[in-house]
Design a protein around this ligand. Structure first.
Ligand code: WTA
Length: 646
């Protein structure tokens, strides 16, 4: 395999394969039915209609959900770039995930087949989930949680993770989920920024057979969150953990005296009220708290479940993402639940105990729609076809990909080996900030390996130069979106100025920060980030976070982190380190610094390469020029060095 960068260029020239869907798939697609209702059979013509009639499209989608009170205006620019969707509507996403299904056939349907890291299983119906969410919401109320409060969630992928998010949102409080693989200071910074009142965690968990000491990490963080009142601890392992008197409470004790059939009514939220904050790394510094709201987010996620995944009542849907990432928020939790789907909820990792874990679980639950990341596909390809071939994957009907560009080689393997040489792959381009799919196939579109194809209905995506002019077809440029959409983030928590940069980097359009080109058929080919974010195995790491953790080591004067193309992980981290006087560059020092990053930022950020250097290229104002370092490292032209100091 060659690296991602050259593949992005390679497939521009060479990737000519096109796979057209069968007529049967097209005829039965949800999108076909909707297109027919508007008088269209051709997706591209329909897309044009949807851009011109975007409010009609989104009204139709919103009308399929439950509103306590219907909205007045579909869309309002308040003060550009701030906007509102479904104004004056009263809504709660959790009502649409749970309450709405009670008393219907969905009530007794399986919501989640949970599969634990060690092979434990639990089957949870919609009714079970409804009861558990109500009961836990009543528990949180006892701790004083109310509308608007922020709750940090630091849990492994157990069903209680879903229960926690849904209970918080049911009360109108705001969840801020932190991936349970993050180190203490990452949890602390996020909880401090969100002013969290509660952290929900577990005693510990196993991941890939390895013990994770969650409570210990949570305690380290909790000690430094001034607004924190309580830590709720779910007992996952039953190990002995310290419980701080007056602050910590076991989940099971909290709900012990609450009747199992308690009902805590959903808080009737304004459409534009905050649902969650999810922190994502920026290129320039501290993580940004992306804010999503109840109404528009729900409508966007619901519509993409319906049209991208073509979800049907009999499907078994499996999104392998953890709820610590936006993909888990939208397509493990809210999307499947709003559509009344049955999902798999997976605690493990793809390679434990063997590299057929995914395929074993697919066969076991007769998964029909499987959604994962290119990095997982690439790592499983390495183990060979014999692993998937051991399992009956005939229940699959649709495959999905998200998180980074999928190279054509991995795409073909996915289709051929997992998809029986015939299944369509929905390569969905979107972001934490967009809330839901933005550029994505649907099952009626011809597919090209490595292309995310076409924008979702109503989405006006374009490829532009730095002045915002369209570059046309067959040219690379910046990916922008020309009009707000419902599931778009509303702001960056307590940092509106940072939010505004999305809309003023290029005047009046949403700047995605990705490089892209569009081919002559109008298909989009995403080429990766334009900024310095390093993407390791589907995780977005700000170079700043890695650098500041290195600099916090007593021996380090300065550091710069860059991403280098990596056939397995997408990118891996290389760091350049300037040692302080009196410290010696040595293999021991290298090892120590890597360990330091591991404990500070987490294992995913550990540099694969570390080089000791005497100086770093900088701008006159003192900023490290990572672009220059990267170009030098990869033997590429260095480009504009007018601001370079040394
Ligand atoms: C990248 C994940 C190519 C892209 C949902 C984007 C992709 C960033 C794709 C967002 C895709 C995501 N093809 N690139 N199908 N999906 N990306 O916020 O660079 O974790 O801007 O959201 O991932 O990452 P995030």
């Amino acid at each position: 395999m060659s690296d991602l960068k050259s593949e992005a260029t390679d497939h521009v020239l060479n990737e000519l394969r096109v796979f057209t869907p069968s007529q049967e798939v097209v005829d039965n697609a949800n999108i076909t039915a909707y297109m027919h209702s508007k008088g269209y059979t051709d997706f591209h013509e329909f897309h044009k209609w949807s851009v011109e009639n975007r409010f009609e499209f989104w009204d139709d989608m919103a009308n399929e959900l439950h509103w306590f009170k219907k909205w007045e205006n579909t869309f309002e620019w308040t003060q550009k770039p701030f906007f509102r969707w479904f104004t004056e509507g009263k809504f709660n996403i959790v009502y649409n995930c749970l309450d709405r299904h009670m008393g219907t056939p969905v009530e007794n349907k399986v919501a989640y087949y949970w599969e634990g890291d060690n092979g434990d299983t639990r089957t949870i119906t919609y009714k079970d989930l409804y009861q558990q969410v109500n009961r836990f919401a009543a528990g949180l109320q006892k701790l004083g949680v109310k509308k608007g409060d922020r709750v940090g969630i630091y849990l492994p992928a157990v069903p209680e993770q879903a229960v926690a998010l849904l209970a918080v949102a049911r009360l109108g409080a705001v969840h801020s989920v932190v991936f349970a693989g993050f180190a203490a200071h990452a949890l602390r910074d996020r909880c401090v920024d969100a002013e969290a009142k509660i952290i929900i965690t577990a005693d510990g968990n196993y991941r890939g057979g390895k013990l994770v000491d969650l409570k210990k990490t949570a305690d380290e963080a909790a000690a430094e969150v001034p607004t924190l009142e309580h830590v709720v601890v779910y007992q996952r392992l039953g190990t002995e953990v310290p419980m701080k008197e007056g602050r910590d409470i076991w989940w099971h004790d909290l709900v012990a005296d609450i009747p199992e059939d308690v009902v805590v009514p959903c808080e009737e939220m304004d459409s534009e009220d905050m649902l969650y904050i999810l922190y994502t790394s920026g290129s320039t510094g501290k993580p940004k708290g992306v804010v999503h709201v109840h109404g528009g987010y729900a409508v966007g996620v619901y519509a993409t479940m319906k049209f991208t995944f073509d979800i049907k009542p009999e499907d078994v849907f499996w999104c392998t993402a953890d709820a610590g990432w936006v993909t888990g928020h939208s397509y493990l939790l809210y999307g499947p639940l709003m559509t009344g789907a049955t999902s798999v909820y997976f605690e493990g990792i793809p390679t434990y105990p063997n590299p057929d874990r995914f395929w074993e679980v697919c066969a076991k639950y007769k998964v029909s729609i499987f959604y994962t990341a290119p990095t997982a596909i690439r790592s499983l390809m390495r183990f060979g076809e014999e692993w998937p071939q051991k399992h009956d994957l005939s229940s699959l009907r649709l495959l999905g990909s998200v998180g980074e560009p999928i190279n054509p080689e991995a795409w073909m393997w996915y289709r051929d080996v997992i998809g029986r040489h015939e299944l369509p792959i929905m390569d969905t381009w979107w972001q934490t900030e967009t809330g839901a799919h933005m550029i994505t196939p649907n099952v009626t579109l011809p597919l090209k390996p490595g292309s995310a194809t076409w924008p979702f209905p109503t989405i006006e995506a374009d490829v532009v130069d730095k002045d915002g002019s369209s570059v046309g077809h067959e040219k690379g440029g910046f990916l922008v979106i020309r009009h707000p959409w419902p599931s778009q983030m509303r702001t960056i928590f307590r940092d509106a100025a940072r939010y505004e940069t999305y809309w003023n980097t290029i005047a009046d359009v949403y700047f995605a920060g990705d490089a892209v080109h569009r081919d002559n058929d109008g298909y989009f080919w995403i080429q990766g980030r334009v900024d310095d974010v390093i993407k390791v195995s589907g995780h977005r790491l700000g170079s700043m976070e890695i650098e500041s953790s290195l600099v916090s080591h007593p021996a380090v004067a300065e550091a710069a982190a860059i991403g280098k193309p990596d056939p397995m992980k997408g990118e891996h981290v290389k760091v350049f380190v300037i040692l302080k006087n009196g410290y010696e560059a040595s293999p021991e020092m290298e090892k120590e610094l890597k360990l330091h990053v591991r404990s500070n930022v987490g294992p995913v950020a550990v540099p694969d390469e570390l080089e000791f250097v005497p100086s770093l290229p900088k701008t006159r104002s003192g900023k490290i020029m990572r672009r220059v370092i990267r170009a030098k490292e990869l033997g590429e032209p260095i480009g504009d060095t007018s601001t370079l100091d040394n």
